[in-house]
Design a protein around this ligand. Sequence first.
Ligand SMILES: Cc1cc2nc3c(=O)[nH]c(=O)nc-3n(C[C@H](O)[C@H](O)[C@H](O)COP(=O)(O)O)c2cc1C
Length: 416
Amino acid sequence: MRSNSLQIATYLTNCAVREQTLLTREWVAAKQTFLDWDSQPSLFKHYPHFCYRVRLGDYPSLAWLRETRCITDEHTVAQKPYRRLNVPSAGNLHPLEIYVQIRNITGLLSGIYHLDVLHEELVMIREIAGEGIEPYVGMEKRFNGVIVMISLVPFRSSWKYGLRAWRYLYLDLGHQIDALYASIRHFGMSCTKLSVNEKLNAIMGLGADEVIGAVYGVGELGERSVKPLSLPLMHVQPTDYTQTLEPLTASLAEVGIYTEIATPIVYEDFLKINHTRRSAREFNPEGMSDTVIQELMSIPAAVSLEIGIFVFQAYSMQLGLYRNGKCAVSGNFNSEIVHLLLDQRFISGSNMVVLIFAENFCAQTHIEAGNYAQELYVACEHHNAGCSGIGAFYDDEALRWSDKALLYAVAIGGKV
Ligand SMILES: Cc1cc2nc3c(=O)[nH]c(=O)nc-3n(C[C@H](O)[C@H](O)[C@H](O)COP(=O)(O)O)c2cc1C
């Protein structure tokens, strides 16, 4: 009875989140104002200059961590640096940070570090020995290796997207988890599933402006016992300023920390893919073969998701809506789907659009949609196809294609 009422409560909360984050024609029309990019909150968190730092590149055993989240493109826009990372992000706003606890790794002081992606450094927040975060992630013994924590920084995204940022935070997190896992596997390691306790956020020194979203272990449990940290870590704001969007931060605080392990396909050209992947901004429909379309269709998604794939342009394949590899409805629905995706014109040149639906509108399904979309990005890069995640769509218009909620879309086509 209790679990039933809990399920109902969760369902109601999830429905409320969906309603509060809908895109409707009225909302889009009212939102046609320009953003002041000068007021964009900072994209990278900075710990104080006096913290001890090490260069990630000096530790080959941590190459997997460097490849997990790194800057892969940098140029100047309006006299300001414009940086893009190995993982895509809605609006290129990158509302995530990574922390690691490192124990017993040759040449490194054991401690809790922030991954400073901008400077490719690990910044020590606290040195550790007999204490650690193990008790907060379900372990009574010291964990030799690395405990990875990925946090969400809501204001980086809500600054532009308001409450709809809720969705993008979890989709971005899904991309990042999949990228972490692919990197770990490429370097021949594996992940340990942890069980997190609700005190982790506070002990990591994080306030309402940043919450841990996912945690993983890379290493193995040792023999020696460990005590919980006696004091929380120092608190540092993740952005240079913050404006709290109360319903957003309240909702994030209620979501549990994700610990499920993704199983990405790892291609032999992983390193090249990780550095060259970009979101497509135009497509060449002649540049994509039917074999690649079918290859992409065969990539598995989590069971929590329902996948509908629209093929608009192909050499000999039937055009239409595909489900489970079979054409379920034939026809060319290009103009309907471009409209559904907020009339973003470049999508009309794509060969296919993947729609990702779920029965349960919740953080977990958004993360899993992000995992799957990251798989598509990586596979496209491997097959020299273009790809872009699409988080902007008219939610209710998607109900024409499924009775489930649309969480995310991915447009795919030949590279220009
Ligand atoms: C959750 C999510 C939603 C996105 N939504 C859109 C979108 O609606 N339209 C679009 O053109 N690009 C979209 N993108 C792509 C981003 O704009 C792109 O990742 C970002 O500009 C960084 O560029 P890069 O992927 O080439 O590094 C989305 C990406 C993500 C991860």
